[in-house]
Design a protein around this ligand. Structure first.
Ligand code: C5P
Length: 313
């Protein structure tokens, strides 16, 4: 077998169709019912073999991205989740030398679309291919769960419900193709801060439950019904920290979005449109309104982390 010298993995962003949040647990996390939906907004992670160098520089990171994707917020040291993912895989490899890792970002940073988690998932898949570790899907999922609550989902993509911290995944039947518009904000929100605000606002939160209405709409491929069933328990907390997002949601609704919601912990707002023309109208209204920094369009669902290029020695 020829060894790979560089591997590129493409990985999607997610939007939460339902995010039901229970009370804070003893470990500080919250039990969730989290319906993840992968959308066609992709980061690419490339890992390549590097010359021998000091162990502390085992992973050397670089980042590039779209104007406005706020790549300056991405940590380039070992605290980066994707670098930590590479080190986890290296422990399981027979020969793992130092690597350069390049993140090409289109998923907004700190936007509530799990971009950092997506990069970590991509890094797991890319390093596994680079070093020929041959990790099973279950092993990769277990490593992902160790890295963070949202890292497992981008490995599988499509639509899935996450329980526990969000990392225990069950696929969900989803028919049709859904058209989304995302309104991006020029300032990120910290996931931990939004959960803390949730605890402050809802000290008596009930146990989280799935929503049959949402599942039925997804199975039927009905955008209108899906739009009406979207829900996010973190939305109130995100709006409490960023009251200006209410105006963004209003503009999208007025422009005909069949669903409007804060994405995950925010500040990105997600709008579901009935079709492509509807998405165009929502995007145009948002851009004109000045209530967001910019918009991006995407469709869902799409597959999870996939190797798109490899070079061999
Ligand atoms: O797991 P991850 O590192 O992505 O989580 C980021 C933060 O989000 C955690 O530190 C925690 O404050 C919050 N969180 C939570 N309950 C979850 C997932 C995340 O409280 N199920």
């Amino acid at each position: 077998m020829t060894a790979n010298t560089a591997v590129t993995v493409r990985v999607p962003a997610k939007v939460n169709l339902q995010l039901a949040v229970g009370p804070a647990r003893e470990d500080g996390y919250h039990d969730l019912v989290n319906v993840f939906h992968a959308v066609s907004l992709f980061d690419e992670v490339t890992v390549s073999e590097a010359q021998p160098r000091a162990e502390r520089e085992f992973v050397r990171l670089s980042v590039a991205g779209d104007l406005g994707s706020h790549t300056d917020l991405v940590p380039l040291d070992d605290t980066n989740l994707a670098a930590r993912a590479a080190r986890l895989v290296a422990r399981r490899a027979t020969h793992a030398g130092p690597i350069d890792m390049h993140l090409n970002k289109r998923i907004p940073v700190a936007g509530g679309m799990a971009g950092g988690s997506a990069d970590a998932a991509a890094a797991l898949v890319a390093c596994d291919a680079l070093w020929g570790t041959g990790l099973s899907a279950d092993a990769l999922l277990a490593m992902a769960a160790q890295l963070g609550s949202d890292v497992a989902f981008p490995l599988v993509g499509a639509t899935a419900v996450g329980t526990g911290r969000g990392e225990m995944l069950t696929p969900v039947e989803s028919a049709g193709r859904y058209q989304w518009v995302f309104a991006l904000s020029d300032e990120g929100l910290s996931t931990a801060a939004v959960f803390a605000e949730y605890d402050r606002l809802r000290p008596d939160a009930p146990e989280p439950h799935g929503d049959e209405r949402l599942m039925a709409a997804l199975a039927a491929g009905d955008a209108r019904r899906l739009g009406a069933a979207l829900s996010n328990d973190l939305e109130r907390a995100a709006l409490s920290l960023r009251p200006d997002l209410a105006a963004t949601l209003d503009v999208g609704r007025a422009a005909g979005a069949v669903g409007a919601i804060v994405s995950g912990s925010g500040p990105t707002c997600a709008f579901l449109a009935e079709d492509e023309d509807g998405a165009e109208a929502v995007a145009t209204a948002l851009e004109k309104s000045g209530t967001c920094e910019r918009t991006v369009r995407a469709y869902g669902d799409v597959a999870g982390a996939t190797v798109v290029r490899h070079e061999s020695a």
